[in-house]
Design a protein around this ligand. Structure first.
Ligand code: GLU
Ligand code: MG
Length: 448
């Protein structure tokens, strides 16, 4: 939606509210709701403000200590939220409302390095300097439950009824029960500037997947972020709850966020060698970089304590570093031909922050180009069973240690960004460590 269109709708009385949101370190949208006339008169040009602590809180909004970007000693002042007017869009499921995504900038106008949009922009810019652009698409899996969110909360998220009674991978019959919601998602998302290709039943009970057409990285991450918030709001309107947790139950499949990606030069596919009908040297270098660096950048594909529970053999989620053509046991699955030839990165969970997961993938691949790495022979067989292949980190703690020590992370993202992300991960790990879980009670309460 253009600013002129917004103006027209405000004058026509069909739009009265504009949300200004910025994606936080977890990929949530945080910000404010403005009267549309005030937005047009002031915020569109001059922006607004938000407390700097938004970069240093956990999901419960506890202000956390030990961050350089914002802290008690500096008084937790404001950063400016600068609307990126190209992202202005109507929100059909919130009648009368539009949303604009914002960049987090300092008073002097410099972008805040630790803000996820800044991080992804920087990786895209580094590719551009090499004459390359990127096309990518995220996929999202989620679980749908037959309860509204407040009820799920009141039940302590226990004994929730999934939207299907059996596994519904590619099924067309039982997912029809969910059509009032999924149809609303497929039809309302494009009107919110989030084109959707398809939805399908996924492997587990109540699990669904939605696929998007490809776009440039920042655009894709923006759409993904709007989608995640939007489908939760739509689910609530339908008396349902949707969860993007990476792993909801040990016996069920996790929720992935596969990333499909290819590089382009001067409008032509840079990964596809049309004469030899195979991947180019650049493709092999990029993939070599992913294989070498994906484990140490895993924190940005798997950002929670829960993320690591998804990496289980035989669960369709990867456990080891390998690549192959159309092989779902490897972390990197190669699919398509010609312009659609691309890498599917199967590591990220649906809980990943898309800006950071894409930034990590671009940084690892670019390092492969700069170091002239090669991806080697493609893997044949079941990679889950091959103990000789390098493993992904097993816990958030391991991933944070690897990320902290990663020379590539520090070179690609800068010390401030790395230290900020590691601090978040360590505090999250500590919060989990301090919790007494249901599992412990079931295990020890009587028997120990
Ligand atoms: N649900 C699986 C995961 O968590 C992915 C299933 C698929 O291949 O689409 O990775
Ligand atoms: Mg899937």
């Amino acid at each position: 939606m253009t600013l002129a269109e917004l103006q027209r709708r405000v004058r026509a009385g069909t739009l009265d509210t504009v949300l200004t949101g910025f994606p936080d370190p977890f990929g949530r949208l945080v910000g404010k709701r403005f009267r549309a006339d005030f937005f047009l008169d002031h915020v569109a040009r001059h922006g607004t403000h938000g407390c700097s602590y938004l970069l240093t809180v956990n999901l419960e909004m506890d202000p956390l200590d030990g961050f350089a970007v914002a802290n008690w000693a500096a008084g937790f002042g404001d950063f400016a939220l600068r609307p990126d007017l190209g992202t202005l869009r109507a929100l059909p499921w919130q009648p009368g409302a539009a949303l604009v995504l914002c960049d987090y900038v300092r008073e002097d106008g410099t972008p805040v390095a630790e803000a996820p949009r800044t991080i992804l922009r920087q990786q895209v810019e580094r590719l551009r300097r090499r004459g390359l652009t990127c096309r990518c698409a995220t996929e999202l899996e989620f679980y749908l439950f037959n309860h509204p969110y407040p009820e799920a909360f009141a039940r302590g998220y226990r004994d929730l009824q999934p939207s299907s009674d059996y596994r519904i991978d590619y099924h067309l019959m039982q997912p029809t029960r969910d059509e009032p919601l999924l149809r609303a998602i497929r039809n309302q998302m494009p009107a919110a500037g989030v084109p959707v290709e398809s939805s399908k039943g996924e492997w587990s009970r109540g699990q669904h997947e939605v696929n998007f057409p490809h776009a440039a990285p920042l655009e894709m991450a923006d759409r993904h972020t709007v989608f995640k918030q939007g489908v939760k709001e739509l689910a609530q309107q339908h008396g349902r709850a949707i969860s993007f947790m990476a792993k909801l139950a040990p016996e069920e499949a996790g929720n992935s966020c596969h990333l499909h990606l290819s590089l382009w030069r001067a409008g032509r596919p840079a990964f596809w060698d049309a004469r030899r009908r195979t991947g180019t040297r650049l493709f092999r270098q990029f993939l070599g970089g992913l294989l070498k660096y994906a484990p140490e950048l895993c924190l940005w594909s798997a950002p929670t304590v829960n993320s690591y529970k998804r990496y289980q053999p035989g669960s369709w989620a990867p456990t080891r570093m390998a690549w192959a053509t159309d092989n779902r046991t490897t972390g990197f699955r190669i699919v398509g031909h010609g312009p659609s030839f691309r890498i599917e990165n199967r590591m990220p969970g649906a809980d990943a922050n898309p800006y950071l997961a894409l930034a990590a993938m671009l940084a690892a691949g670019r390092a492969g180009i700069e170091e002239d790495l090669d991806c080697g022979e493609e893997y044949r067989g079941n990679a889950y069973l091959d103990n000789s292949l390098p493993r992904l980190p097993a816990t958030l703690r391991d991933a944070a240690d690897l990320f902290e020590q990663s020379r590539l992370a520090r070179a690609a993202f800068g010390d401030a960004v790395v230290d900020h992300s590691v601090r978040h991960a360590r505090l999250e790990q500590q919060a989990f460590q301090d919790a007494v879980t249901d599992w412990e009670k079931r295990r020890y309460f009587e028997q120990i």
